[in-house]
Design a protein. Sequence first.
Length: 181
Amino acid sequence: MLVYSKIQGGLANPVRNGGLALWAGALPPDAREILRSPVLAAAFGFGAGLSPKAPGTVGTLLAVPLWWLSSGLGTIPYLALAAIGFIVGIWVCGRAVSLLGQHDHPGIVIDEVFGYFTALVVVPLDFRWLALSFVLFRFFDIIKPWPIGWLDRRVGGGFGVMLDDLVAGLFTALVLLAVVH
């Protein structure tokens, strides 16, 4: 494993330790190394998190085809799928945080996927509602009003990475429901 650690001058010192690289915030992850690791590939949205600009926004878009394919399931099966994704996401994010050595690395986007997927439970198959929900979710995820920002700063590990996006998704759903009624 190739482990990068910070040294003087902000450069990184690679340390040989097996097949995968760990970055600990010192160097940006290499796309090939990310995609070779099933855990990091999932955490990085199978490449979406490698976007040089707005990886969270790109990752959020991954929820759209998942929503479209799941929209006919009914509310209970849809929420069960969201819960399964959240639970798997906790594990994936926990492992990714350990491998990367950085809490909520910008490339980790599985949290955006399932946070937004949760918000979409109240969205009808209509582009206007999809667009509004996307803007609202990104607003809550980026601005992080209370308690989202508080949770993001205080809850660690995979659960912490996933939780602030789940709450952003719930805020989005509540605003959409308020607009409808």
